[in-house]
Design a protein around this ligand. Structure first.
Ligand SMILES: *[C@@H]1O[C@H](CO)[C@@H](O)[C@H](O)[C@H]1NC(C)=O
Ligand SMILES: *[C@@H]1O[C@H](CO)[C@@H](O)[C@H](O)[C@H]1NC(C)=O
Ligand SMILES: *[C@@H]1O[C@H](CO)[C@@H](O)[C@H](O)[C@H]1NC(C)=O
Ligand SMILES: *[C@@H]1O[C@H](CO)[C@@H](O)[C@H](O)[C@H]1NC(C)=O
Ligand SMILES: *[C@@H]1O[C@H](CO)[C@@H](O)[C@H](O)[C@H]1NC(C)=O
Ligand SMILES: *[C@@H]1O[C@H](CO)[C@@H](O)[C@H](O)[C@H]1NC(C)=O
Ligand SMILES: *[C@@H]1O[C@H](CO)[C@@H](O)[C@H](O)[C@H]1NC(C)=O
Ligand SMILES: *[C@@H]1O[C@H](CO)[C@@H](O)[C@H](O)[C@H]1NC(C)=O
Length: 758
């Protein structure tokens, strides 16, 4: 959704919150979580839930009116509109594990319109396409547009028998909208409506079904497993083949997001269904606003823990919050995905009257055949408007007499300014085009209703130099061209949420990065708010929402090759094979200023699909290891029960939190000599010898014992110790290094992040 819409929605949510906040018996939407259950079927759970609600509501009718969702499959619970008193009473019940307020997550997209060909991930796996057809990826998002060519099921075998899901019909969605590609479709709106009011109040197109009016869900689903569509293009630019990373995998659609927002209670319902339907991977391009809250009362953390326990990989976006410490979905059992660029750029450059070229980025389908005068917004203020205000080109700030027939240079007041508003203002004042100065230039290719492009602060300096040195400066904005390959790539997107992990600082987050800048995928023709009113079938958008599906697809590919691997092993394979170098053989950098990125930006690095299917060694862990880890960070039995749903005690022998067998290595509080333990499982043919190489973080000597691992056969496990001997404190900051095991062919790399105090 675009920025205007975002603000509108936030205001609306706020308004409903205020309206509901009046009066003493303030009601809220709560999730009542009851953990594991032994009821024989869903109906008996619903009956028992109603009885329980009746006991606090006073009547059966009241109970039925209050209940919103029933969780009956992978765990028991319900959500309901309750007063805080009623919530407290339920909390006292023996069978209730926890009661927490259902909050709102949002989809992790930023908004861009650009056109690119297929991504690196989508190129490399021809030979695996067949085995991935047994894989089912559950997509929790804003639904799907089933008629898209990306969802044709040509050549696919029947739906795998393990799939137990359904094709729920609804508005403009019939049974025939499911096929061998879209194998299931469900939708959840009750939680959203209970929290924010009727869907109609949003005054936007929507379908009360799994049909996607927003475009986001269709985009993510087609990135994961869209069928091959040759000759996909936008305005004839960037023609190419569009397809998902796992183009033969199946999609089960769980629509839980409306107008960019998703209720926790709905998400939990979707996860409950997805796991019980038999999906292999869950892809969630959504998350709470930062900061991440404790796992024990967080719907995404609790739901994904149950998925993890049942062998389902959960891949989720880290968020688009720009700053350190803002990464969300950071539980160790989630695969947390950051966003970076590809080696393609969508350039809409500017030619100046002196033949100089200014590099710009946008989706600009317009052909500008001649040069037009250039004017800065600040020099074209309407009567009574200060020059500084006019520089932002907001509504009614420009003087048509000064703008008419010219290209206007505008700047941002705030990063979330509506770019559409600026273009509309220039158009209204008779301007011929817009040049926007915006640090997000390279990360989000915006689309305007008039010829327009977006330039970096750096390029703006060149433009300004030309404008001040010329009496009548002129420019021409060129039509968009796709440039490929470009270097350096990848670079971390400016918006990509970064670590450290504010809940578990010993676990490096995000885990991984994947293309999330200007990604091409299928689009909903009805979603025109951000396409300058144009109805299109393919679109290019940016966000960790776009990188997450790449990793979800890769998880499906790895699982199809190794069906018996646990979610942690699949995660390890993806992480340890990632690369931290760009295509110019330097360390990956971060936008906008090209500073060197760190594991808190990209985790283990950029995904490398070809290597991930054959990682050599794997760092595995299961849910009991997760419990040990949580115990080592001080979790109480009460908190553990809130997560697992079962009475759970910590074992007597607690290990250190940094000994959790994670595929990356973090020590958030290193005082003096520290020994970190890890165990790897060997997957290869015949004997193999792996040798350790260490890139020590500044301030510590690092050795590995043993530094050679000799494996005889596949499946064998071996343990080792990483010894840190610090000699210099790191001033409350993390310093970075890496441990790499290699047999000459396989490279098994773990980033190291340590915070040293002597
Ligand atoms: C478990 O969750 C409930 C909220 O439902 C909270 O009141 C309680 O403190 C939590 N228990 C622990 C030990 O954190
Ligand atoms: C995939 O399967 C089809 C039909 O079973 C077969 O014709 C094709 O050769 C297979 N492709 C690969 C790359 O294995
Ligand atoms: C949805 O269904 C209605 C009724 O059949 C139809 O008039 C309308 O055109 C459909 N809308 C879309 C976008 O398919
Ligand atoms: C809803 O949309 C209509 C038509 O675009 C508009 O006239 C009306 O003001 C909008 N209502 C609200 C509450 O935004
Ligand atoms: C100019 O911008 C400032 C800051 O945004 C605002 O307070 C002021 O009202 C604006 N003035 C006019 C005339 O728009
Ligand atoms: C990038 O550089 C600009 C201009 O030098 C500066 O204002 C800005 O703070 C820098 N941004 C970051 C994220 O370092
Ligand atoms: C933990 O230790 C206590 C006392 O040493 C013992 O009674 C208890 O059984 C032990 N618990 C477990 C789970 O081993
Ligand atoms: C830390 O380890 C180094 C190297 O193994 C050793 O020389 C030193 O004595 C150790 N220091 C402590 C306090 O154990």
């Amino acid at each position: 959704m675009d920025v205007v819409k975002l603000f509108f929605t936030v205001l609306l949510l706020f308004r409903f919150a205020l309206a509901n906040g009046d009066g003493l018996a303030r009601k809220q939407h709560y999730v009542v979580y009851m953990g594991e259950h032994s009821f024989k079927d869903s109906e008996s759970v619903v009956t028992a839930n109603h009885e329980m609600l009746t006991s606090v509501m006073g009547s059966h009718e009241g109970a039925q009116g209050a209940a919103v969702h029933h969780y009956t499959k992978t765990f028991r619970g319900f959500s309901a509109i309750l007063t805080s008193d009623q919530a407290r009473k339920l909390q006292e019940s023996d069978s209730v594990v926890s009661v927490f307020e259902s909050k709102t997550s949002r989809v992790h997209t930023t908004h861009s319109w650009e056109f690119l060909g297929v991504t690196s991930l989508e190129n490399s796996h021809q030979s695996l396409m067949n085995s991935t057809s047994d894989m089912i990826v559950g997509v929790i998002d804003s639904g799907v547009w089933p008629e898209s060519k990306s969802f044709n099921d040509y050549g696919l075998a029947p739906v795998p028998a393990k799939f137990k899901g359904v094709c729920s019909t609804g508005e403009n969605f019939t049974l025939s909208n499911c096929n061998r590609k879209i194998v299931g479709a469900r939708f959840y709106y009750q939680g959203f409506v209970a929290e924010t009011g009727p869907l109609e109040a949003f005054n936007e197109t929507f379908f009360l079904s799994a049909r996607d009016s927003d475009g986001h869900g269709k985009h993510t689903a087609s990135t994961i497993a869209g069928s091959v569509v040759p000759n996909a293009n936008l305005f004839g630019i960037g023609r190419g083949t569009a397809r998902g990373g796992a183009a033969r995998a199946r999609l089960a659609i769980y629509k839980a997001c409306w107008f960019g927002f998703c209720s926790d209670a709905d998400i939990l319902s979707a996860m409950d269904d997805a796991v019980s339907d038999g999906v292999d991977v869950i892809s969630m391009s959504l998350g709470p606003d930062p900061p991440q809250s404790a796992y024990f009362g967080d719907a995404n953390s609790i739901g994904s823990f149950h998925a993890f326990q049942r062998g389902v990989v959960v891949s989720a976006s880290a968020g688009n919050s720009f700053l350190p410490g803002t990464a969300t979905n950071v539980a160790p059992w989630i695969l947390t995905v950051a966003a970076s660029t590809m080696d393609r750029e969508i350039q809409s450059n500017i030619y100046l009257g002196n033949s100089q070229l200014i590099k710009g980025f946008s989706i600009n389908p317009f052909q500008m055949n001649s040069f037009y005068g250039l004017v800065a917004g600040s020099a074209a203020a309407a009567a009574g408007v200060p020059s500084a205000n006019a520089s932002f080109c907001k509504s009614d700030t420009l003087d048509p007499a000064l703008v008419k027939g010219r290209i206007v240079v505008c700047t941002l007041e705030e990063i979330l300014d509506s770019r559409n508003e600026k273009a509309a203002t220039v158009k209204q004042a008779g301007g011929m085009g817009i040049i926007l100065v915006d640090p997000l230039a390279k990360d989000i290719a915006f689309q305007f209703e008039i010829p327009g492009t977006v330039i970096s602060i750096e390029e703006a300096g060149k433009l300004q130099a030309y404008m001040v040195s010329n009496q009548s400066p002129v420019a021409r904005i060129s039509q968009t061209v796709t440039v490929q390959p470009t270097k350096p790539a990848p670079e971390m997107a400016m918006f990509s949420s970064a670590g450290p992990n504010v809940i578990s600082p010993d676990i490096i987050k995000p885990d991984i990065t994947a293309p999330g800048v200007n990604v091409l995928a299928a689009w909903s023709p009805s979603a025109t708010a951000n396409t300058a009113g144009r109805s299109i079938d393919f679109n290019i958008i940016s966000g960790t929402s776009m990188s997450c599906p790449h990793v979800s697809a890769l998880a499906a590919i790895v699982k199809s090759v190794h069906p018996s691997w646990s979610p942690a092993a699949i995660k390890s394979a993806i992480m340890t094979t990632a690369t931290t170098q760009d295509n110019a053989r330097s360390s990956i950098r971060r936008h906008p200023n090209g500073t060197e990125a760190s594991p808190f930006d990209y985790g283990s690095g950029l995904v490398n699909p070809a290597a991930a299917v054959d990682p050599g060694l794997v760092y595995d862990f299961d849910s009991s290891d997760v419990i040990d880890f949580l115990c080592s960070t001080g979790a109480s039995p009460g908190q553990l029960k809130n997560l697992t749903g079962e009475t759970t005690y910590c074992r007597n022998t607690t290990t250190s939190s940094y000994d959790f067998n994670y595929p990356s290595i973090g020590v958030s509080n290193q005082k003096g000599n520290t020994s970190v333990h890890r165990t790897v499982t060997y997957y290869g043919e015949g004997p193999a010898v792996y040798k350790a190489e260490v890139d020590s973080p500044a301030g510590a000597y690092v050795s590995v014992t043993p530094n050679e691992l000799r494996f005889k056969q596949t499946g064998e496990k071996m343990s080792f110790v990483i010894n840190f001997t610090p000699y210099e404190g790191s001033n409350e900051n993390f310093v970075f290094g890496a441990l790499t095991w290699t047999d000459g062919t396989h490279v098994v790399r773990s980033p190291i992040a340590v915070n040293i105090s002597l």
